[in-house]
Design a protein around this ligand. Structure first.
Ligand code: 48F
Length: 259
């Protein structure tokens, strides 16, 4: 075997990537989107010793967190998310408004990711989910159809590969990409996407948690995809709802998978 460093680097990258990919190509839970709801769900699911794969289209974590509020670096949370903030060891500041706290967007991103990874979730960057695997009798979603994002960016005509999972979580944000694909391509699931409503922060925060959960057998929704599916209000740069939504769905999936 060649002793040059270039060969060794390449061999290690190929072998170790393939080992992970083959291991996670059949996971307990596949989460699509490494935004706040997806990363929160990933930690709590992985804490239950489930095999959790997070697929993220971009080459970075965080989804809509990094932009803070209109590019300012703070985001707001309410006290009902403090337990989660503490689980992830994130610093937060009290404010003059009862029940409202601020924290740094960069810290929220990095510590949500660290928490998910430390608990055992595998997060892969540069993977775009473009379709779902479905089964009839019983009717259910049983996996995702993926391509490297670079293939889409280059507009190459390339067939995708498949990752299977017992539960698939749509944490794709405002676009609710998986739910929309399912609704459009598979009328038998009878999914009606209502599309997100305008801003009402108070109600939006409550509703997004209330409606988070199962879309159909095998597919779940957390975060803003829930608002898009059910026609709920948007809430802007207050993130308690996103975190609590991710945790709520993680608890539901864990229970349904017997953990
Ligand atoms: O948008 P995003 O942050 O989703 P979220 O968890 O949180 C929403 C908030 O950030 C904010 C808000 C709350 O106040 O309104 O917008 O609901 O993160 C979604 C992630 O999913 C990735 C996308 O790049 C982003 O990082 N994503 C979306 N579609 C796909 C995808 C896809 N088809 N394949 C892979 N990744």
């Amino acid at each position: 075997m060649s002793e040059n460093l270039e060969f060794k680097i390449t061999k290690l990258i190929l072998e170790h990537s393939m080992k992970d990919l083959i291991e996670f190509a059949d996971s307990d839970v596949i989460i699509v989107g490494a935004g706040p709801s997806g990363m929160t769900a990933a930690k709590y699911l992985a804490d239950k010793k489930l095999k959790v794969l997070v697929l993220e289209r971009k080459l970075s974590f965080g989804g809509g967190i990094g932009g803070g509020g209109n590019l300012m670096h703070k985001i707001v949370i309410k006290s009902d998310a403090l337990k989660i903030i503490k689980d992830f060891e994130i610093e937060y500041k009290k404010t003059e408004f009862e029940d409202l706290y601020t924290l740094d967007a960069s810290e929220l991103i990095s510590k949500l990711a660290t928490g998910a990874i430390n608990s055992g979730a595998k997060i892969l960057f540069g993977y775009s989910v473009e379709d779902l695997i479905v089964r009839e009798k019983p009717l259910r979603v049983s996996g995702v159809v993926v391509k490297w994002s670079a293939i889409d960016l280059a507009q190459l005509h390339v067939d995708p590969i498949f990752f299977t999972g017992k539960a698939i979580l749509d944490a794709t944000g405002h676009d609710a990409e998986l739910i929309k694909i399912l609704a459009k391509k598979n009328p038998s699931f009878a999914i009606n996407v209502k599309n997100e409503s305008s801003a009402h922060a108070e109600l939006g925060e409550k509703q997004v948690v209330e409606f988070s959960g199962k879309v159909c057998d095998g597919l779940y929704a957390a975060g803003m995809s829930v608002a898009t599916l059910h026609g709920l209000y948007r809430m802007g740069p207050i993130f308690s709802g996103m975190l609590i939504s991710g945790k709520k769905v993680a608890e539901l999936i864990s229970k349904e998978l017997g953990k």
